[in-house]
Design a binder for this molecule. Structure first.
Ligand SMILES: [Zn+2]
Length: 253
């Protein structure tokens, strides 16, 4: 699997995956049609599929303009069907998606929004997490779905450490500031913040990350730690409650 990541809009990531043998090429979300077309021109790949993670406009607004000439097969969450009328394949929990020789397992990951799914290509060890998990952060929780978001993040932690995680936004340096405030003694975090600062200073993206890196350093994935709970005056409380306190703190940060 060849993977090409490119910037879109102000801070979104676009991603293409490609199989040289069959020629299939899938975009993970389409934040911006022009940026996607430029990426296709640069790579020489022909778009055959779009995998939609969730229905927020900055992930789907570029799809409509692709249908007249490229006419990709658009695969979207069942719950996002109304928002993605171009979708011809609707998927939900446990479904398998085929993109040429590649196989992804769909997992429903509500919390950031109700229709969010992730695509896990187990053989290639690649997860497309959309706006569920970011490097050193996680998606904002809309509404009151904190318990659902915690459950979704906990399910991602079941994946192997070596899984590469592609995510929706270059928010890493802002996430790092909060992470250092929430978990100031975390040595793995300090290393990753330094790496992210160096990457951004050199004009490089901080994506992908890995499950292992996030397990060690992402403040939202530390909600099960007794010392983090105690630091929030939530000693003895369940991880979901600690997660909520962390996420609400980040909203105000
Ligand atoms: Zn979103």
């Amino acid at each position: 699997m060849k993977i090409h990541q490119f910037p879109c809009l102000s801070d979104n990531f676009g991603v293409l995956i490609h199989d040289p043998e069959s020629g299939v090429t899938a975009a993970i979300d389409v934040p911006e049609e022009a940026a996607l077309r430029k990426a296709l021109a640069e790579t020489g790949w022909r778009l055959s599929h779009v995998l939609v993670t969730h229905s927020h406009a900055d992930h789907i607004q570029g799809i409509a303009g692709l249908m007249a000439d490229l006419a990709p097969v658009v695969i979207a969450p069942k719950k996002a069907a109304a928002a993605v009328p171009e979708a011809s394949v609707l998927v939900g929990e446990g479904d398998e998606v085929a993109v040429g020789p590649f196989r992804a397992t769909v997992r429903e990951m509500p919390g950031h929004c109700a229709d969010h799914v992730t695509y896990h290509f187990a053989k290639e060890r690649v997860l497309f997490a959309g706006d569920v998990l970011f490097a050193l952060g996680c998606g904002r929780v809309f509404g009151e779905a904190y318990d659902e978001m915690w459950r979704s993040l906990s399910r991602l932690l079941e994946l192997p450490d070596e899984t590469f995680v592609y995510f929706g936004h270059e928010y890493t340096l802002a996430n790092a500031k909060f992470a250092l405030a929430a978990d100031s003694g975390n040595a793995a975090l300090k290393v990753q913040v330094a790496e992210a600062e160096a990457a951004r200073a050199a004009g490089r993206a901080t994506a992908p990350t890995t499950i292992g890196r996030e397990r060690a350093a992402n403040p939202f994935l530390q909600a099960g730690r007794a010392d983090i709970a105690a630091s929030l005056n939530l000693a003895g409380q369940p991880p979901a409650a600690v997660f909520r306190a962390l996420r609400e703190w980040k909203n105000r940060f």
